[in-house]
Design a protein around this ligand. Structure first.
Ligand code: ZN
Length: 404
């Protein structure tokens, strides 16, 4: 929340008051006045606008010992909706959420083509329209579309650097998608979206500093400190996949040696499976389909296959080493694991990271660090992307200027 004093009539004030209603769950006008520093008259006027627009509802009265009873205000959760799309090589996930970030509908379809963004945009527009029709949600009730993807640039003022540039990463997605769907489109990387989604939906208290650790093809870290997503100097914060976890390890495509991604990401786990195991599990052995093979290994590991468990455990140990460093550097309250990489064997990763943090975090004598899987696991990035759209449309005062 901003520390500055708010003027009574700006759009930022209206947005800040709406955010107070949202984060406060149930509030009175007097509480809003006290919290915002605005006069009761100004609050009454702003609340009337929010009631008229259907963004806020009155849900009853505060018990009172006399005088005029104060009415209780809440976010009108079904007053508007937002769409979130998670772009992943394995699959596309669409979710529609209400104003509180609760998922009201979802659709999963085949993953993106790495080199054909133009064709995928046509498909995304079609599938998104179909989902809204199925849910009987008119376009006028949708505030916008958020898109989450690995290495997506952040648009205005911030260019995301990537050494694995594909057409997708430099593709002007909002400009291509907006005219097709008639809704504003915003985007961010999947780890940051997952963090924002946990925050917006109230799954993490606003007082906690936390990070989401995201695994798809590689790793990403979304860092939420003081209620804001950390951005870094060039919006490239969170490249945890290139934390060096073995100085004599294999050379990474980034130029360094022994990066986490080279030792613990799905491709590395699949590469470590020997021929016997590959035959026994019926792995495809196709370099393009390594995520399918990884999921098979992870599933077998979760079911107790000793060899597979050893492979996943090794990946989890490397990840735990990197996660411990993050906890120590940022003094976090919580680490949330999200993304399709944790779908099958997330519990093994949680256990390993939790153990490392409990044993070795420097602040272990002062406060605990919660390690958990995101809820809802596979939809974390898509749900977060919808929260991104909600935040842009409804509480733009909370969006850090110059970034997203
Ligand atoms: Zn690297």
């Amino acid at each position: 929340m901003t520390g500055r004093r708010l003027g009574p009539s700006s759009a930022a004030t209206r947005s800040a008051v709406l955010d107070m209603v949202r984060s406060g769950r149930t509030v009175t006008r007097a509480e809003l006045a006290a919290r915002s520093g605005l006069t009761p008259t100004s609050i009454t006027r702003i609340v009337k606008t929010l009631l008229d627009e259907g963004l806020v509802v009155e849900v009853g009265f505060l018990d009172s010992t006399g005088g005029k009873r104060s009415s209780l205000l809440e976010l009108n959760t079904t007053g508007r909706f937002a769409v979130g799309v998670s772009l992943d090589a394995g699959r596309l996930t669409y979710v529609v959420t209400d104003l509180a970030g609760a998922v009201v509908g979802r659709l999963v379809s085949p993953g993106i083509e790495q080199d054909a963004p133009g064709e995928d945009v046509v498909r995304i527009a079609r599938e998104l329209g179909q989902l809204l029709v199925q849910l009987d949600i008119p376009l006028e009730s949708v505030v916008g579309v958020g898109v989450a993807g690995a290495g997506l640039d952040l648009g205005a003022g911030a260019e995301r650097h990537s050494l694995t540039a594909t057409e997708w990463e430099s593709f002007a997605l909002p400009e291509a998608l907006e005219p097709r769907i008639g809704l504003p489109v915003v985007r961010d990387n999947d780890a940051a979206c997952a963090a924002l989604g946990q925050y917006w939906a109230g799954r993490v208290p606003s007082t906690q500093d936390f990070a989401t650790l995201y695994m798809s093809n590689g790793f990403g870290l979304g860092i939420m400190v003081g209620g804001s997503i950390a951005r870094g100097a060039s919006s490239n914060v969170g490249e945890i996949g290139h934390t060096i976890v073995d100085i004599d390890g294999p050379e990474c495509w980034c130029g360094a040696r022994g990066c986490l991604e080279m030792l613990a990401a799905p491709r590395a786990v699949v590469a470590a499976a020997d021929a016997d195991l590959a035959g026994r599990l019926g792995l495809t052995g196709d370099a393009q389909r390594f995520r399918v093979d990884f999921d098979r290994i992870a599933q077998a590991a979760a079911q107790g296959d000793v060899d597979c468990h050893a492979l996943i455990q090794r990946s989890a140990r490397y990840l735990a080493a990197a996660a411990l460093s993050v906890v120590n550097v940022l003094d976090l309250d919580r680490i949330v694991l999200a993304g399709p990489g944790f779908a099958e064997a997330g519990a093994i990763y949680v256990r390993e990271i939790r153990q490392q943090v409990e044993r070795f975090a420097r602040t272990r004598g002062i406060h605990g660090v919660l390690v958990e899987l995101a809820d809802p696991g596979l939809d974390a990035a898509a749900g977060g992307a919808a929260s991104l759209a909600l935040q842009h449309a409804l509480t733009p005062h909370a969006v850090r200027s110059g970034g997203w």
